[in-house]
Design a protein around this ligand. Structure first.
Ligand SMILES: N[C@@H](CCC(=O)N[C@@H](CS)C(=O)NCC(=O)O)C(=O)O
Length: 197
């Protein structure tokens, strides 16, 4: 199994999931943004992550890949099968990914979009979505228990990306979320997948 890989928080989430599931991934470096990238031959959407299975079939996007990885092991499932826990985890996963979507938009606006075309109102809108979602997580984090399922994995990937890109000071006014993030920080899956400059 080969993961088309780059500096991407969605890729990191998939790699964390793979380690938590005990699944080995071969990494194939890929620049999704290069004009001559061959990524669309594997993912017509032109995005990483894309997982090339041994059969040649390709899976994307990251929630689909996470679900596939979780199907490969017989241990404790990261994505529970039964309601209501399944939908709690899927919703938390969506909140983590939603923070990432907004933070990536902010990054694109500030670092990739040519200056004359930048729209500060768009950045403000994305930042407001991040702030609101973080406030919900701060209220809910006490109910997550000690297990590191797909929801907390997605949230950890999102908080790690906010730190990496210095998007905002998310710890300010959110002591419970900050404490939780500190307590999980020593997991091998998080240490081995840290973003590199
Ligand atoms: N919803 C997708 C998002 C993936 C995504 O946006 N990847 C970015 C890198 S962070 C990318 O490849 N962007 C290239 C592009 O949009 O052309 C997922 O969860 O896999």
């Amino acid at each position: 199994m080969k993961l088309r890989f780059s500096q991407s928080p969605y890729v990191r989430k998939v790699r964390i999931t793979a380690i938590e599931c005990g699944v080995e991934l071969e990494l194939e470096p890929t620049n999704a943004w290069a004009p001559d990238t061959d990524l669309p031959k594997d993912n017509p959407l032109g995005k990483v992550p894309a997982l090339i299975l041994d059969s040649g079939e390709v899976l994307f996007d990251s929630p689909v890949i996470c679900e596939y990885l979780d199907s490969l092991h017989n241990g404790h499932k990261l994505i529970p099968h039964e309601a209501p826990e399944r939908f709690r985890q899927l919703k938390l996963h969506a909140m983590g990914d939603g923070i990432l979507d907004a933070a990536v938009q902010i990054r694109i606006e500030g670092a990739i979009r040519p200056e004359p075309f930048r729209w500060s109102g768009w950045i403000d809108r994305q930042q407001a979505a991040i702030t609101r979602t973080l406030d919900v997580l701060e209220k809910e984090v006490g109910h997550w228990g000690g297990v590191f399922l797909i929801g907390p994995i997605a949230v950890a990937a999102a908080l790690g990306y906010l730190d990496f890109r210095k998007t905002c000071d998310w710890r300010q006014g959110r002591p419970h979320l900050a404490h939780w993030y500190q307590t999980i920080g020593n997991r091998r899956s998080l240490r081995e997948t840290e973003h590199q400059d």
